[in-house]
Design a binder for this molecule. Structure first.
Ligand SMILES: [Zn+2]
Length: 457
C-alpha cells in the first residue's frame, strides 16, 4: 500500500472474493435491491447540483444499469433519502452514542465535493481520501461498486471517509484479526474517528433505519458488531446475550435461553439441515447437498451467501460440516478436513488432512472465532483442528471427552448442552440430564449471540 494512502477503509468484512481468507462468509446482495431501480429526474438534478461531475445527468431520470457509476449514484441517492425512526435512543454500551446521527447527506456534501472511481486499489481497500483538510475528493475502489456493496453499505463508507477529511487517521492494528495491518484500526471508539463512524452508522441503520429489508437490517447489525470487534485497539464494550437455537424434526426453530428453563418458538425453516457459525451470523447447510449454503436468521429467514462450498457443487456429497473462524476456514468431510488457513490474499490456497469418521464441529468452549483452533467429533473421539503456523493440522484432543451418542456440543453463557443422535438435548453442565422442553426431536442445535441494543427495537 502506498504510504500516502493514509485513509483507506479496509473492507475486511464485507468484501467478496478478494478477502475470503479473513472474511470467510462474504455477502451477496439481496435480490431486487438495485438493478432496475431509478433515481427520479428531480433527485438527479439535486445530486448534480451537489456533485458537479454529474452535471450531464441533471434533469433526467437515471436507472440502474449495473455500471460502477450506477452503484455510486445508488449510494449517493441512498444517503440523501435514508430516514430513521425517532427518537434514536443511545445504547447503554458503546455501540451507539448518536455522535453521527445528524443529517448524513449534509455531513458528506460539506466535506466531499467529488467522487473519483478508481480503476484499481490495493487488496481490501474500499475507498480512500488523500491527506486531511485539503482534499475533497473521495476515491472509490472497484470493490465498493459491485452488488456486494449495498447502497446502505456505501452510505456508511461515505460517512467513514468524510470523517477522515475532518482529520481522523487510522493506526496499525496490534491485535485481533487485523493485527499488523497498516491503517486498519482506530485506538478507541470514544475517539470518534472513522471506524467509530462505521460502527455507529451501521448500528443506526440496524436499529432505527426506516424501510430496510430485514436481511439488510440484520447485516447492518452484524457489520456494526464486526467493525466494533475488529477495528479498535481498545475493545469496544457491547452488552450481549447468548442463547441456544434448536431446529426440530418439524422444522421449527426454538430459542432456548441459557438457563434452559423454557423454549420459545421463533420461526421455521423450509428445509432440514445443520447450522454452522460465522462472524456474520448463522449459516445453514441444507441436508440436501444439491442446495447451496445460505445465511440464516434465528427466525428462519435466509439470504444468499458466497462460499467455497457454493462454488464447488460437484464435491459436496462428503461434506459434514464447516468451521468459520475470523481468519481461517475448515471444510469438514467424512474422511478429511480441508483447511483454508491463509489470512488475506490467495484465498484458494488450502491443505487437506485425513481424519477418519468425522461427524461434526463441536463447541465445548463456545464459538471463539478469534482462536486458531476448533474441535470436531469423530467416530474415534474428539480431535482438535487448527491453523497453527498457517498450515492446517489435526491432533487428538485428549482434554475433551464426549459421550458416543452426543453429536453436537454447544455453549451459551456458561451453559453447555449436547444433542444426541436420537434428537434429545442434554444439560452437560448438570450431569448430562435430559432436557424436557416439549419441543420434540431436535435435528440440530446451535448458539447465537445478540447485542441487547438491537433486541429492544
Ligand atoms: Zn478509513
Amino acid at each position: 500500500m502506498k504510504q500516502f494512502l493514509v485513509a483507506a477503509l479496509l473492507g475486511l468484512s464485507l468484501t467478496a472474493q478478494a478477502q475470503i481468507g479473513i472474511g470467510p462468509v462474504p455477502q451477496e446482495p439481496t435480490p431486487g435491491t438495485d438493478a432496475g431501480n431509478c433515481i427520479s429526474a428531480a433527485d438527479m438534478t439535486q445530486i448534480a447540483k451537489d456533485f458537479k461531475q454529474f452535471a450531464s445527468l441533471s434533469g433526467k431520470e437515471y436507472c440502474h444499469d449495473g455500471s460502477q457509476q450506477a452503484h455510486l449514484l445508488a449510494g449517493i441517492h441512498y444517503i440523501r433519502k435514508v430516514q430513521f425512526n425517532q427518537p434514536m435512543t443511545n445504547s447503554s454500551d458503546e455501540l451507539f452514542k448518536g455522535t453521527f446521527a445528524g443529517d448524513w447527506y449534509k455531513y458528506t456534501t460539506n466535506l466531499v465535493k467529488t467522487f473519483k472511481i478508481e480503476s484499481s486499489c490495493p487488496t481490501g481497500v474500499i475507498a480512500f481520501v488523500y491527506g486531511f483538510f485539503h482534499q475533497n475528493t473521495m476515491h472509490v475502489c472497484p470493490m465498493a461498486l459491485t452488488p456486494s456493496f449495498t447502497p446502505l453499505d456505501l452510505a456508511s463508507v461515505f460517512m467513514h471517509e468524510a470523517r477522515h477529511i475532518e482529520g481522523y487517521p487510522h493506526v496499525t492494528c496490534s491485535q485481533g484479526p487485523r493485527a499488523g495491518l497498516n491503517g486498519a484500526c482506530d485506538k478507541k471508539i470514544s475517539d470518534a474517528g472513522s471506524y467509530a463512524v462505521t460502527v455507529e452508522t451501521y448500528a443506526q441503520l440496524g436499529a432505527y433505519g426506516k424501510d430496510i429489508h430485514p436481511a439488510h437490517r440484520a447485516l447492518a447489525q452484524a457489520s456494526s458488531l464486526i467493525y466494533a470487534a475488529e477495528a479498535f485497539q481498545t475493545p469496544v464494550k457491547i452488552n450481549k446475550e447468548e442463547a441456544f437455537l434448536a431446529l426440530t424434526l418439524d422444522r421449527e426453530l426454538y430459542q432456548i435461553d441459557s438457563n434452559l428453563k423454557s423454549a420459545k418458538l421463533i420461526g421455521t425453516t423450509e428445509k432440514h439441515g445443520n447450522f454452522a457459525k460465522s462472524k456474520m451470523g448463522l449459516i445453514f447447510l441444507p441436508e440436501d447437498k444439491a442446495l447451496p449454503m445460505v445465511k440464516i436468521f434465528p427466525t428462519g429467514q435466509t439470504s444468499p451467501t458466497s462460499s467455497e462450498y457454493n462454488d464447488n457443487a460437484a464435491t459436496r456429497s462428503n461434506v459434514v460440516d464447516y468451521y468459520f473462524a475470523w481468519t481461517w476456514n475448515a471444510r469438514i468431510e467424512k474422511n478429511k478436513v480441508k483447511f483454508f488457513c491463509d489470512k488475506r490474499e490467495n484465498p484458494t490456497q488450502a491443505n487437506e488432512v485425513s481424519v477418519g469418521g468425522a461427524l461434526s464441529v463441536i463447541y465445548p468452549e463456545g464459538y471463539a472465532p478469534e482462536k486458531n483452533y476448533a474441535y470436531i467429533k469423530t467416530t474415534n473421539g474428539v480431535v482438535k483442528i487448527s491453523c497453527e503456523g498457517s498450515t492446517g493440522k489435526v491432533v487428538a484432543a485428549n482434554n475433551i471427552t464426549v459421550d458416543a451418542d452426543v453429536k453436537r456440543v454447544q455453549k451459551a453463557n456458561s451453559t453447555l448442552i449436547g444433542l444426541t443422535n436420537d434428537g434429545d438435548l442434554l444439560n452437560l453442565s448438570n450431569n448430562s440430564s435430559r432436557l424436557d422442553l416439549g419441543i420434540g426431536a431436535v435435528v440440530d442445535v446451535t448458539s447465537f449471540t445478540r447485542a441487547t441494543f438491537f433486541d429492544k427495537q
